[in-house]
Design a protein around this ligand. Structure first.
Ligand code: AMP
Ligand code: MG
Length: 526
């Protein structure tokens, strides 16, 4: 193993680190990271891994999935050349500055150059205390680790920018968790995910140095980020380079928000410490996938009252987070106006990405101004019905352009409805009217039925990691049974492709899952 994995440590070598080498919880100043060793686990066992990612990282084929592999990614065996560290960052949580946060339960082993020429950081999540663990234990439980493993790989295969996951390991140790925050903690199965990304830097990584009034380290980190992650920008330390960089971060973030919209993903905790500087989906916690299309839905119980991070608000929250980043970058430019101007363009940039997403979801060649009504009316249809977003768009792709029988059209969408028996005649007419307008609209474009279906099916996934399926996989995994998890992750590798005998992974949420914890609402208790 060690001979195949070639670690480098650019982050540690080039950026200022914490001089304190002992591992205890503390305030760390003027440092991008603290060196820290993962805590040894008692008896790690491998639950599942990504063969493709292991190969990309140059793991020798005969080592993938072996005991050595498991021990390396459980943090039990040190790989020569790796210099494990935890990153220092701060963040705005739920709209308020929260001070120093940092990698409280994540330790980066170092970077590896992938076969694609990209440098990847490998990070163990759940591998023990770090200087940033604050009052928590630095550990992770199986349920949240499994959810991160499955969802980040699913995102990758959906084509949405994301951190990835190399493997999921059971530590052999137990972790105390108060899952419902009701004063009844229980012992749960401990686990570690090895996450992989070109960088795990977040907006909060820069905010911390503004809070510490340390523009020197901020500048070092900004220049390092531009050099290593934004090769198209000249990292010459000029104010213009930081403005260009901000524009690029803003563009990638707007793109990501449109992509989340496309697939129906709700992050759940869009705090600035969970916003990737390279526009990746990062930190999978109490996230959820839209079942019933509801702009006001948040999967996070902590956000149930405030509803700050609902599906429909994500694009605007991203802009608010970008504003926090712009405030930080003011320290690096002489004149804040260009940053403000960039921010002012956010709405237009998001709108352009979003319109293209909607166009493809509806199978339209182009989206004209007249289509605004079609889209608005669709949202109000979604509003009055309980409709499964994922199934709706897949079924809509099948609707024949030539059918003039609206009632037949409604019938063909019925499998996407949660309570078809409760629909009033009035509501039915509403859906019929929308479908009539829609079919008339697609008849007026030159795209063939096949071309339209292809366009839609390549933009609207059939298989997404539905919350209740994750819960079923978790229930099994807790008992040491991993076949459902493995089969599901295989299916999620081709999310746009209908797969024979895999209907159960596309099925809409069953009634029992409507109110069960983990299926509709989740807490942050990781
Ligand atoms: P998150 O909600 O995952 O974005 O985490 C917010 C902050 O809390 C980050 O600094 C995490 O590292 C930290 N944190 C979350 N869970 C734990 C844990 N079990 N042990 C230590 N730190 C944690
Ligand atoms: Mg986080």
């Amino acid at each position: 193993m060690s001979s195949a994995l070639k670690f480098s440590n650019e982050f540690v070598d080039r950026l200022p680190g914490d001089p304190e080498s002992r591992n205890f919880v503390r305030v760390v100043r003027d440092s991008c990271y603290s060196l820290v060793e993962p805590t040894t686990t008692s008896k790690p066992s491998l639950i599942t891994y990504s063969q493709e990612l292991a190969e990309l990282l140059g793991t020798s084929p005969e080592k993938i999935g072996t005991e050595t592999f498991t021990e390396v990614f459980a943090g039990k065996r040190t790989v020569p050349g790796s210099t494990p560290y935890a990153m220092c960052y701060g963040g705005h949580q739920f709209g308020h500055w929260a001070g120093q946060l940092g990698d409280g339960r994540a330790i980066t082993l170092g970077e590896i150059e992938g076969k694609d020429g990209v440098s990847y950081a490998l990070q163990l999540k759940g591998s023990g205390l770090t200087p940033y663990s604050r009052t928590a234990d630095g550990l992770a439980v199986l349920r949240s680790s499994l959810r991160e493993y499955v969802c980040s790989e699913a995102m990758h295969h959906l084509g949405v920018p994301t951190t990835r996951a190399l493997c999921l390991i059971r530590t052999g140790d137990q972790v105390f968790r108060d899952m419902f925050y009701d004063g009844n903690p229980e012992l749960e199965t401990g686990a570690i995910v090895c996450r992989v990304a070109p960088t795990f830097l977040r907006f909060g990584s820069y905010e911390i140095f503004a809070a510490q009034r340390n523009p020197e380290v901020l500048k070092l980190l900004a220049d390092f980020t531009i050099q290593t992650q934004f090769p198209n920008i000249k990292a010459d330390g000029s104010p213009d380079s930081y403005v260009q960089w901000f524009r690029e971060v803003l563009d990638r973030t707007a793109f990501l928000m449109a992509e989340w919209w496309r697939v129906g993903f709700v992050h759940g905790v869009m705090n600035t410490d969970n916003m990737s500087i390279t526009g990746l989906t990062i930190d999978y916690g109490p996230y959820g996938w839209l079942e019933d299309f509801d702009l006001g839905w948040t999967p996070n119980t902590t956000d149930a009252q405030t509803k700050r991070y609902t599906f429909g608000k994500q694009p605007q929250i991203a802009k608010w987070n970008l504003l926090q980043l712009a405030n930080v970058l003011c320290l690096l430019v002489d004149e804040p106006l260009p940053l403000q101007e960039a921010l002012d363009e956010y709405d237009g940039i998001f709108e352009a990405y979003y319109s293209d997403v909607i166009r493809r979801k509806l199978g339209l060649q182009e989206l004209s101004d007249d289509d605004t009504n079609l889209v608005q009316e669709l949202y109000s249809v979604f509003d009055s019905f309980e409709i499964d977003m994922t199934l709706f768009f897949r079924l809509l792709a099948k609707v024949s352009i030539d059918t003039s029988e609206e009632q037949q059209l409604v019938k063909s969408l019925e499998p996407a409805l949660y309570n078809p028996e409760d629909i009033s005649r009035e509501e039915q007419v509403r859906l019929e009217n929308w479908l009539r307008t829609y079919t008339a609209r697609v008849q007026h474009q030159s795209l063939s039925q096949i071309a339209r279906t292809d366009l839609m099916n390549n933009s609207n996934p059939l298989y997404v990691p539905r919350n209740y399926l994750a819960q079923l996989a978790i229930d099994d995994a807790d008992k040491g049974e991993y076949s459902l998890l493995r089969q599901w992750t295989e299916v999620l590798k081709s999310p746009y492709q209908e797969q024979p005998r895999m209907e159960k992974f596309a099925a809409k949420r069953p009634e029992w899952a409507r109110t069960r914890a983990g299926c509709s609402m989740l807490s942050c208790s990781s």
